[in-house]
Design a protein. Sequence first.
Length: 428
Amino acid sequence: MSKTELLRALKAELEFLQQGGYGQAFRSSWRPTILIRDSIMCPNAVSAPAFHPCDECKLLPLVPPEKKNLPNPCHQIPLNAAGETLEELYAKGTQEQADRAYREWLCAIIAKFEREVDMNALETCTSISFKNILFLTDLTETSEAAYSYALSLAHQYQARIYPAHAIPPHIPTELELNTIELSRKAQTAAREQLTGLVKHAGISYLTLVTEEALEEAVPRWIRELGIDLIVMGTHGRRGLERFLLGSTAEVIFRTATCPVLTVGPHVPPRSEKNLEFTKILFATDLTRSSESAVTYALSCAHDRLAHLTLMHVLPEGTHRDPDGSRIREFAVDELKKLVPEVLELWHEPQFVVEEGDAAEHIINYAADEHADLIVLGLPQDKRFSTHFHTGVTYRVVSSSPCAVLTIRDLTHPSPDEEDVDVRRLGGA
């Protein structure tokens, strides 16, 4: 049994104790007679259909080696600095003393294991951290939800935030001859608005205003400022086309060499200092691009003790294939391979394989399960110009009920992988 599994069992036992599983805090007219042995944790609980040896007990690793072969080894666990055990307390103390000592031991051992699990995870999993966050805004209310995400993440990671705005091209009238002065005023006004967003937020910031095309500005900002996360909002289904300077989403997804967090019109603003990702959905086409993206999903799930679901969507009609069952089983196995055995998550990851329209399944699952974040991987050389508005990425980003994190694969595929069909997920 892993330490994480033991920790889950101990926390369940503490909840059982506190909620009156042994009686009402701590005595009542009825209660199981013996601590641990009459709990949900004991393999020989009252409801157990057959006898189980004590070496199947989840608490056995906590029993001193020289006492593991004694009757009721769980009652040989030292509960405090004096080394008192339940066996001793039952022999010379009161039930109330045993209850109290047991509860204090549970709280102490849970706290100890939580620290150890955290340290173990730090050694076995690369934790993702953002230090320079680029927040793209059109300075309208559409960006409010995205701003709340950017600000909250900046607080949580103690990151520097770069509120950025691209000034749309301006065609002067006959009365507007001094275009240089007009440009200066527009930049000043934009910079004042950006500063107003963050100057009282209690975080480090630098405002960015440009008249450059985004194809030039975004890569330059990423390179010069060390940007490791972009946060942006959208207007709606066609909002990605209208955001900032036209086809902004296509430009960002195509040029960004760092993760992009997109907050759509169906996503409400979040608390600036209490952004919780408790349910994360990682959707994958099981190609190489998944390997880079899954790291972010795993790290986020670990750091935030979140529920993680890994999903793959098979093409429509797979169930009619003679090998349909084997294809589904293969997909589940491939999903499981994405989670390292050494990584201990707080909640067991879920593996879901669906069939049909990938974007529809992703969006519906996120809505039904109240997901807080969707994570998608993008191939390094993915082009969006032809079918961007009908592909999975666009449809998920524009219609998702939660924020969407996209990560571009920056590894170089081998010659054998260059022709991989990325439409296995329905066309990203």
